[in-house]
Every structure is written in C-alpha cells, then in structure tokens.
Design a protein around this ligand. Structure first.
Ligand code: ZN
Length: 693
C-alpha cells in the first residue's frame, strides 16, 4: 500500500487545507475508496458569523468524491450543537439530516455526510474512513473477527455489521472510549476508521493498517488458487469482442422491458479468470461487500454461459437456442429479485428495477449497466474491486456478505432512495445512443452536440479522427464523463464501418439513432466530368450510407428496440443544381436508399427520415474554397457573394445554420416524430423549386 504523504507539501498546509490534502491522498488510491465512498474529517476552532470562536467539525459533504474533493465540499458543523445528541436513545436518518441542517456554519453549504455523527462523536481531532479492499477481505469471511484480531490485536476495535446511522455512530464512540489503546476501528462488511491527533498520523495509521492486512492476505494467498481451477477458457480477444458485439444489443433489448440502459463491456484478465473459474459463479451469488458497493452493483450479478455463434458465413449471429437461454436467464433473475423484494419488503417502499447491474459472461467478460455511461463505469469499477475483496477473503477463509435482510435494508435505505429523487430529471434522449457520421464537419458536429445536450450518448465518426475525438472531449466536458467518443471512419470501407459500429456497441451496448451525414461535393458539367470524381461522390454519398445503414440495422434488429435513421441529404435531391451532377445524383441515390430502408425496417419499429438542408456554410467541410468559387461561377456571381446569394434566394431570406439542421435532426431522432417515416424535411429557408412533392 503506497504511502503518498509528502512532508514538503503538507508542511505548508493548515486546518481545512490540510484536510483537503489528506483526503485527496486517500481518494487517489482505488484500493481505499471508489466513486464517492469513504469520508474524512477534522475538528477546528473557527470564527462564526459574529466573530465568536466556535468548535467546528469539517466533514466531507454527501455525494462528493475524495479523489477530487475541494475545500467547499467540507461543510462545517458546530460541534456544540451536535455533541449533545449522544444522550439521545435513537434518531432516524431523516431526523439526523434535518438536525444537521441547523448546525451548519455556512447556511446553504452542501449536506454533510450521513456518517457525520460518527465523526463528531469519536473524540479525536482527525478521522479517516475508507471502504478499503484489504480490510474488507479480512472482515467479509466466515472467520472475520478471528483474522481481524490476528492482524491488529488490541490496536483495533471490531464493530459487528450494522447499517450506518445514529446507532452505529453511538456504538463506535462508546467502544472508542472503552478501548483507549485502540488506534482504529474495523466495521464489519463496511470498512476502516482511523484517528489521530495530527492529520499526518491519521493518514499514516490508515496506510499502515491497510498494509498489514495486505501482507497478511498476500502471505496466505501465495500458491493458492483462490477461485478454484479454471472451468471456462477465455476466448481470444477478437473472438470475445465479436461475441460481445452481438450479445450486448440482445441483452440491451431483453432488459428493455424494465428500462433502456447504457451497457459497458470489459474483459481484463483478472475478470476473465474469476468469471471462468470453478467457484466464480457461486461466489458471485454470495453478495456485495458493503452497502455502498451494493448500491452500485445490486446484491448479485447475472451469469451467462459462454456465447455460441451460429455456424454460418456472413456477419456473426448468436445461436437461436443461446438467445432463448439468455432471455430465460434474464427472466429468472427478475423473478428471483421480485421474490427477494416480496420476502423482505414491509410494503412501504416500491420495488426498484428488477434488472441486474452486472452481467458476467463466461469466457467473454463483464457487462455493466446503468442509466448512463458513468453509472455503468462505476458499477464496473466497484465489481472489479468486489472480485479483489473476494480473492482476499477466499485466501484466508470463505467470502461472506450481508444477510439477505441486511442487503434488502441496504438497497432500500430511505436516505439513498431520497438521494435518487434529487437527481435532475432525465432528458429527452437519456439512455439512448447516437452514431453520427461526418461528425467533424459543421452540420455533423452541431447534430452530435445537440443530441448530447438532450441526453444522448454520441459516437462521432469521421475521417478526421483527431477532430472527432476533440469534439467528443468537448461534449464530455459539457454533458458528462463518458458521454461521447470520437472514432475514425471512412464510410466507403466495409471493414472500417464494421469496426466502428462494433466499437460503438462495445462502448455503449447498442444503437438507437444513426445520422448519415458524411458527404462530399464536386462541381463539373457532365460533359467534362471525370469518371473518378463521379465515382468518388457515389462511393461516399451513396455507397457509404448503404454500408453504415447495413451495419446499424443489424444492431437494431438484435436489439428490437426500434430506432431512428436520419439521412442528411441535400436540396439538390428535390431541386437539382446545374454543373452539380455527381453530387446531385449521389445524393438522390442516398435519398432513395432512405426511402427503401423505410419500407424494409418499419416492421421492427425503425423509422427512416431525411433532412434536406441548403447552403450551410458555417464550419463546413463540404464548402471548400474551391467549391465556393465553382458554384459562384455557375451562378454568375463573385465568390465572396456566395453566402449572400444563397441567403437571398430562399423565401425566408434566411441564412441556414448548422444549429437549424441540428434542431430538425433532434425532432427526427426523438419520439416527437414517432409517427413519421420515409419523410423528407427541408431546412433551406424555403425554396419553391425544392418543395417536397
Ligand atoms: Zn462508510
């Protein structure tokens, strides 16, 4: 366990700054805390709003993450207000939350952690609390107390499992007083607490206790196959990805009966070893390591047998019998979950989703689910650490978890359920995945950004991978981590299109919206048009859209969730332009492809529509300097007059912007146009010769 403390850095820090420093050190180690887990505190003398000296507990705010926590995420709580609570017999979580709101030093600061009372009641200046993997391996087994004592002796206090709250806070404080020699406290199936008079010592004790657990476990794990012999050999990487790419959409569709989700796929060696081991499937059913872990992974994962592909040429497909099996296993999971709920429910709380958050596919990897990519990632991180905790526990004994009743109470903890209600409402395209081709250009980028702003996860595909990746980064910064990726795609190359769609599926689990936007223009009268230029336009503007649509439809068919295909065509489809044959003809082919597709895919609820923009210049990759000059020549005007010329020729005298096209794309992508297919929507300011008819 790495000691990250640096005296040279810490020496300059005092009070709250020192607490932030120490918290970030704990947050930097995923073996200690993950995604919002754990909390830290210190007790300080501060001046209140009237300038009086008061004792203040600075404690991590609820919902903040130790890896990135900042000073304003440590609300101050007046200790003189909080400490008398120790005399009370009981308090509900709601009462604690309401009470603490009155004790805040800064009114309106973030809500203090639910473990605030524990930090307040334990009479030491600095306190660190983590959900450390090594300590959990010591506690989460059938001989937890024995092993914990073997490692720490009298230096640590053992607290049997109970859910965080008033009773636990009081119990820990009482035990600390009874055991003056103790330097820390192990909470069964929860984590580690250490304390000290200085920040440095509190942190170093935390690291020391973890290191001692780590060494104890490592010594006993040596030469020991903790998960038993391998039972299923992992498939080679390309095979795994091929299988996952067909399995993910099937799973996404099968789980849709509950709610549409974003799926994430991982296949690291440690995962494959666990999933393929003899004991893995049974161990996975034992339960989550802590209440905190359980909130992200649910009590147990769904386990699938190794996928079986059909023996056929062409694109890979799962055997029908395997598909049936998957549906049955998903159904069995739901049934088991409903039974679990009914057995333990007191009838006061509605049932949460009866779908898994973690799916283990033997021989292939792990799939995690969530309302968005970030939630799926958190579930994946937490489950990988759960496997590590299991490995440690198996090295010394048999992994154990909360009882079903305790697990139910953890999952249906009213305070956590209340937190869910505080989340902002989901957006129109939340839980959906969009693929946009030509995404680095003006129209493509605007559409990608618009769909993401409405909640979609977006795959930006373009020949210019650098720009696509940069735009994806901007979307993530604006809309949330993991919300977009940029990929290289040459739409004319079958292999690149296939690889790109596969990547999209592995990243997010499937597809819902496809925007066929990549395009190229060429100006020349037919008489002098080169064959190569004609063919290039046809390859990109027609064949490219066929290739992308074909791959996408295969995904949509496996998913059975409907979908929306949007073709960004051109005004030239309806009103052809002189000296513009290669462009106009290839765009007309694209439009006809869209119409035929609308006929073919309607039976699976997939809609296909077209946009017909005109003269969108801003950030355009299509409107090169050369194209501007050539079109100006055709219209008999100067090149610098071209934007004005196009603006004035439409009925509304309006300049058509990428955002205008993006708004129309949003309409066609969303359920707002659920009764529209095979349709062309103009975004051209109104052109009489290009009225659809
Ligand atoms: Zn905790």
């Amino acid at each position: 366990m790495q000691n990250r403390w640096k005296d040279t850095e810490a020496r300059k820090l005092r009070g709250l700054d020192e607490l932030v420093y120490r918290s970030l050190l704990i947050g930097a180690d995923p073996n200690l805390v993950l995604w919002g887990g754990g909390n830290t505190s210190c007790k300080l003398m501060e001046k209140d709003f009237r300038g009086r000296e008061v004792k203040v507990l600075r404690v991590k705010g609820s919902g903040s993450d130790l890896r990135s926590v900042q000073a304003d995420q440590f609300p101050g709580v007046r200790l003189d207000d909080v400490l008398p609570l120790r005399d009370r017999e009981a308090m509900t979580d709601e009462e604690i939350v309401a009470f603490l709101a009155h004790c805040l030093v800064e009114p309106g600061s973030v809500r203090p952690s639910i473990e605030t009372l524990l930090h307040a009641f334990v009479p030491f200046r600095h306190i660190d609390h983590s959900h450390a993997d090594f300590v959990l391996s010591l506690t989460n087994n059938t001989d937890g107390l024995k092993h914990t004592k073997a490692v720490y002796g009298e230096e640590i206090i053992w607290i049997p499992y109970q859910r965080p709250g008033f009773a636990l806070s009081k119990q820990v404080a009482q035990e600390v007083e009874k055991n003056p020699k103790a330097r820390g406290c192990v909470l069964e199936k929860h984590g580690l607490i250490t304390w000290a008079a200085t920040a440095r010592e509190s942190y170093l004790t935390h690291i020391e206790f973890n290191t001692r657990a780590e060494e104890y476990l490592a010594e006993r794990a040596r030469g020991h196959r903790v998960f038993g012999p391998p039972e299923v050999t992992p498939l080679p990487p390309t095979e795994r990805h091929r299988c996952a790419a067909v399995l993910l959409p099937l799973l996404r569709g099968t789980l849709q009966a509950r709610r549409r989700t974003i799926l994430r796929f991982e296949d690291s060696d440690d995962l494959l070893e666990f999933i393929g081991s003899k004991k893995g499937p049974d161990l996975s059913r034992v339960g989550a390591a802590t209440p905190d872990h359980l909130m992200n992974t649910k009590g147990w994962p769904l386990v699938l047998p190794p996928p079986r592909l059909r023996d056929q040429d062409g694109p890979p497909e799962l055997e029908e019998a395997y598909e049936r099996e998957v549906r049955e296993i998903v159904e069995a999971f739901s049934e088991e979950y409903r039974e679990f709920y009914e057995k333990h429910s007191r009838g006061d709380l509605p049932m949460l989703e009866d779908a898994p958050r973690v799916v283990l596919v033997r021989g292939v990897g792990m799939i995690t689910l969530g309302p968005d990519a970030q939630a799926a990632r958190v579930a994946a991180d937490v489950y990988r650490h759960t496997i590590k905790i299991m490995a440690g526990a198996q090295a010394i004994s048999s992994y154990s978890s909360m009882s079903p009743r305790e697990a139910f109470d953890a999952e249906y903890w009213p305070l956590e359920l209340y937190k869910l209600t505080l989340r902002p409402p989901e957006r129109e395209l939340s839980r959906r995945v969009a693929l946009v081709t030509g995404a680095a250009g003006g129209i493509g980028a605007a559409i990608a950004g618009r769909l993401a702003a409405e909640g979609a996860h977006v795959v930006l595909a373009d020949l210019d991978e650098t720009r696509a990746t940069r735009l994806a980064g901007e979307i993530c910064a604006q809309s949330g981590p993991g919300r977009a990726i940029g990929l290289r795609m040459d739409v004319t190359r079958e292999d690149e299109v296939r690889a790109c769609v596969e990547r999209a599926v592995l990243e997010y689990g499937g597809l819902d919206i496809v925007v066929n936007n990549a395009g190229v223009a060429h100006v020349s009268p037919v008489e002098t048009l080169e064959k190569a230029d004609w063919e290039r336009c046809m390859a990109i503007n027609a064949t490219g859209h066929f290739l992308v649509s074909r791959e996408a439809i295969r995904v949509l068919r496996r998913q059975q969730l409907g979908g929306s295909l949007i073709f960004v065509t051109s005004k030239n489809v309806l009103g052809p332009g002189q000296n513009f044959s290669a462009y106009s003809v290839s765009k007309a082919a694209q439009a006809q492809l869209a119409r035929v597709l609308a006929l073919e895919v309607a039976e699976m609820g997939v809609r296909v529509n077209m946009l017909s923009p005109d003269a969108v210049f801003k950030d355009s990759g299509l409107w090169s300097e050369q194209l501007r000059q050539e079109r100006a020549r055709t219209h008999g005007i100067a090149a610098d007059q071209i934007e004005e010329f196009y603006r004035k020729r439409n009925l509304l005298r309006a300049q058509v912007r990428p955002e205008d096209v993006a708004d129309s794309a949003l309409f066609l992508a969303s359920d707002r146009s659920s009764r529209t297919t095979g349709c062309i929507l103009t975004v051209d300011g109104g052109l009489r010769e290009a009225f659809p008819r």
